[in-house]
Design a protein around this ligand. Structure first.
Ligand SMILES: *Cc1c(COP(=O)(O)O)cnc(C)c1O
Length: 450
């Protein structure tokens, strides 16, 4: 039986993985989510202890692709997608740092993008279709998506980024690719880029162009993000032993990966959703009252400057509630159950900087701002509930070299640049540039697809 996906707004027909992936968003503007989670048995999970990452990815994802992608093909896709290391560094006792920064663009976005691109390529070639992926990025997503979709047949990628809001290395990771990847620098803010992309999706004059998105609402980004939680547990927990995770959270896609893993059967002690000054979720968890932050607050952990996390609609659905795309709650989730499973806390910039500093001084391990938020969030939780002798994982989502100024200011020297980044940064750049003007962008798209 293939797994079916329904919309969090409950007004769209259920679809299979192929349809959910290619559509991105459901027609009722809700997010696709499994109607019922496939389960892994305790014996299946225990067997992960001896398997490499790509094999665990295959066994988890096969639960969703059954009957749609032959097992041998999916196994090969996982092997190609996950050919980099996932370091688990000991902090103290059984508490570890999981570095998700060894992929081609040095952020955890590579885990989802690499798999999603292969799924898109596969489904499109089966149907002989072409698709244009439009993405607005504040940095890491655009780079991960551009690299993952580079040279995938049948796909054209167009990435919009705010010229003044991305770092030089973030920009070069997007603009040095060619072929089927085009980047456009927008003289405006990230919000302008996102608004232009959203208008293009809704524009009847562009309806003849097959457009899709690769942003965090796509179910194809979420499912692969459950795999590294299984992986961490397979290396650090005894069979059946619950493990705690602290996840630096913006749109809550990463943290939802841990929720998916738990729903599939992984024993989890606590999921700690650590946020920056954008504290809509910890306040909601405490009070049951949801107020999105508008406009979103700027902070050092800039990939998490999200005022209304889109994946909250999925989290609310897991606990029996309903939240629409604007953040309005139509039915409250079971808050007591949510609090039992999840802890959430807001970490200021000042504590983020202190986190990088203390972590280096105490453990000689280097964090960047997002990982530092996860570390401080873990300490907040551990001050309230005891970890005991259970294992715990702090998730580090980016390589410190992506934030050289912030890191150097704290520890006194610039972080090493990983080889994949050095290589990309030396290639010549090539990108288009335009104002934050929708008509210009529309004509650009029409000309490209004439
Ligand atoms: C995107 C991103 C996050 C936030 O992940 P979400 O899934 O949006 O919660 C955290 N850290 C880094 C480095 C990111 O790029």
């Amino acid at each position: 039986m293939p797994i079916l996906f329904s919309s969090t707004n409950r007004q769209s027909p259920v679809v299979n993985l192929r349809e959910a992936l290619l559509a991105g968003q459901a027609p009722d503007r809700g997010l696709y989510f499994p109607e019922k989670f496939p389960r892994l048995t305790a014996a299946e999970i225990a067997a992960f202890a001896l398997l490499p990452y790509h094999e665990i990815a295959f066994r988890v994802l096969a639960k969703y692709t059954g009957g749609m992608i032959p097992d041998a093909d999916l196994a090969a896709m996982c092997r190609e997608a996950y050919n980099f290391s996932i370091p688990l560094e000991k902090i103290y006792d059984r508490v570890h740092l999981m570095r998700l920064d060894q992929g081609p663009t040095a952020s955890f976005k590579d885990f989802a993008a690499q798999m999603m691109a292969r799924l898109f390529g596969r489904f499109l070639s089966e149907e002989g279709k072409h698709l244009t992926i439009l993405t607005a990025t504040s940095g890491d997503t655009g780079a991960a998506v551009a690299h993952a979709f580079h040279n995938i047949p049948g796909i054209q990628v167009i990435v919009l980024f705010p010229i003044a809001e991305v770092s030089e290395s973030q920009r070069k990771l997007m603009t040095t690719l060619k072929d089927n990847v085009r980047t456009i620098a927008i003289d405006g803010k990230f919000d302008d880029c996102q608004a232009m992309v959203k208008r293009a999706f809704a524009d009847p004059d562009l309806a003849h162009i097959a457009l899709s998105s690769a942003n965090s609402i796509n179910i194809g980004r979420l499912l692969p993000q459950s795999v590294y939680y299984f992986y961490a547990a397979s290396r650090l927990a005894k069979p059946g032993e619950p493990i705690a995770f602290s996840v630096p959270s913006g749109n809550f896609g990463d943290m939802m990966g841990a929720v998916v893993a738990r729903e599939m059967g992984l024993p989890v002690k606590k999921i700690i959703a650590s946020v920056n000054d954008n504290d809509a979720f910890p306040k909601f968890l405490a009070t049951g009252n949801y107020q999105k932050i508008c406009p979103s607050r700027n902070s050092l952990s800039n990939a998490m400057n999200v005022g209304h996390p889109s994946n909250l609609a999925r989290l609310v659905a897991v606990y029996g509630g309903q939240m629409d795309e604007t953040g309005k709650i139509h039915k409250l989730p079971d808050l007591a159950a949510m609090r039992r499973d999840i802890f959430s806390t807001s970490v200021s910039d000042q504590r983020t900087v202190a986190g990088i500093q203390d972590f280096w001084n105490k453990f000689q391990l280097l964090l960047e701002p997002h990982g530092a938020v996860a570390w401080q969030g873990f300490l907040d939780w551990n001050a309230k509930e005891t970890l005991g002798d259970a294992p715990a994982v702090i998730v580090e989502t980016a390589n410190p070299a992506k934030f050289p100024e912030e890191v150097e200011k704290v520890v006194g020297w610039p972080p090493d640049v990983p080889p994949a980044m050095t290589a990309a940064i030396q290639l010549p750049e090539d990108y288009d540039r335009m104002g934050a003007d929708y008509e210009t962008f529309k004509n650009y798209l029409l000309k490209k697809h004439a």
